[in-house]
Design a binder for this molecule. Structure first.
Ligand SMILES: Cc1ncc(COP(=O)(O)O)c(C=O)c1O
Length: 448
């Protein structure tokens, strides 16, 4: 490996980073992470911090999960690749499907379609939704509904159902027939409603209104994150998602949960669907399925999908990826699932999530730059930063960067995305680590 001088000199010179401009990466060079262990990462200068980002919402079991590393190494020796396209499969993909069916049985999803990541999983679900309706003779059902503020990856379909202008404008025109409903986001919403339950009702009214306006017979599916993650950890009132599902069912609209973040325990429940008592027609998963150690995803399919696609010779799935069911990914996922269950990470996610959320609320009392604190359901917590709590003017990016950098120097990596400071640490984090994170945040805000 090249030395640190080489790395610093060439940092971002030959690499375009996602979600920023090449110019930004050159003027504010990214931190060069070179090592990790437990829930910590270390940079090229040897500075070690608690990783409150958890990789990117995916390293749920931390960086030292030996059984997953061993499974990947063993699978590379045994069968490093074989495809699952028509006519062939591999042993680990079969075994994983069996295990996933059991893991998600309570959510009513029992079949897996494998992908290489979250955006692929979303694209798969959108495509299969259209095919489902065509197979049933309702080929007019092609539209998609989703929530403003939602994030569904960056493929063309996913970007089209995304509810954040940052991921849309530069790539328009996007897929026609995608319509967005206001998010149940009490801090800012078009109704000026701060009560979460009232707001949930209003958003549901907007959904019903949009369905009536578009015509239910033109709508293929509704997609939502059970807790909106990248949009700034927006936790809907508990009445919201179950009612959305009921409305979808009443109108023959498929209900897709995008659980790329929420599946496998992050919310303190094994899935976002289980958190709210939902039975999705499709559940998009990825990220923590392999603890982030191998790019992999699975779309889990519910009863309605199974009924229409199975025992139907016309139901040829003209969709899939070279790496669908990749044996190394499947082996990683099998080991990850076993560890996730053995460690029963949901309990720690819930307890440490509450600790972090309460700690952030305490910081909000101290620092007026913290306009809103969101979370309280497992280990996904966000602070929305403002220059003034009354006007709710978003904090300027320079000051956000000062906070982020000072927090890092004081011992914790946090993520700043737009006006939000977002935290999603490993689910195996300890109470001491959370204290370290909160102390580092305190130092970060003091520096602003
Ligand atoms: C809810 C959700 N869906 C989809 C994606 C896209 O996943 P990927 O970046 O693996 O393509 C993400 C990524 O953060 C996500 O949070």
């Amino acid at each position: 490996m090249k030395g640190s001088n080489f790395l610093k000199e060439n940092n971002a010179r030959f690499l375009w980073h996602p979600m920023t401009s090449p110019e930004d990466s050159l003027t504010i060079p990214p931190k060069i992470i070179t090592e990790s262990s437990g829930v910590c990462i270390q940079d090229v200068d040897g500075h070690r911090v608690v990783d409150a980002v958890g990789g990117l919402w995916n390293v749920n079991l931390g960086y030292s999960c030996q059984p997953i590393k061993a499974a990947i190494a063993a699978q590379l020796d045994k069968l490093p690749y074989y495809s699952t396209f028509r006519g062939t499969t591999n042993d680990v993909a079969i075994e994983l499907s069996y295990e996933l069916a059991e893991f998600f049985a309570e959510d009513g999803v029992s079949r897996a379609f494998y992908t290489s990541g979250g955006s692929d999983s979303v694209e798969t679900a959108l495509r299969l939704a259209r095919q489902y309706h065509k197979l049933r003779g309702e080929s007019g059902r092609t539209k998609f509904l989703s929530l403003k503020k939602g994030y569904h990856g960056t493929h063309m379909g996913g970007a089209s159902v995304n509810g954040n202008a940052n991921f849309r404008e530069a790539y328009e025109p996007l897929l026609p027939g995608c319509f967005h409903i206001p998010a149940p986001y009490p801090y800012r919403n078009p109704f000026n409603e701060t009560d979460p339950e009232q707001l949930a009702q209003m958003c549901i009214q907007a959904l019903v209104d949009e369905i009536n306006f578009q015509g239910a017979s033109t709508i293929a599916a509704f997609i939502m994150e059970p807790i909106l993650g990248a949009g700034g950890v927006i936790v809907p009132h508990e009445s919201f998602a179950p009612r959305v599902q009921e409305i979808c069912n009443e109108h023959g609209i498929l209900f897709i949960t995008d659980e790329v973040i929420t599946a496998y325990g992050r919310t303190g429940a094994w899935s976002g669907a289980r958190l709210w008592g939902l039975k999705p027609d499709m559940m998009c998963t990825a990220k923590a399925i392999t603890n982030g150690y191998f790019p992999f995803g699975a779309v889990m399919l519910g009863e309605r999908m199974v009924e229409v696609f199975e025992d139907n010779t016309a139901a040829k799935i003209g969709h899939g990826y070279t790496y669908s069911g990749h044996p190394v990914g499947a082996a990683a996922a099998l080991a990850c699932l076993a560890e996730t269950k053995r460690l029963n990470v949901i309990d720690n996610a819930a307890a440490r999530g509450t600790q972090l959320y309460k700690g952030c609320l305490a910081l909000q009392k101290k620092y007026s730059l913290i306009g809103d604190v969101r979370g309280g359901r497992g280990l996904m917590t966000a602070m929305e930063l403002v220059s003034d709590p009354d006007s709710k003017t978003p904090l300027d990016p320079k000051t956000s960067a000062v906070i982020q950098d000072a927090t890092y120097r004081a011992g914790a990596m946090v993520r700043v995305s737009g006006p939000n400071l977002i935290m999603s640490p490993a689910l195996v984090i300890t109470d001491n680590d959370i204290d370290t994170l909160l102390t580092a945040l305190d130092a970060g805000f003091k520096a602003a």
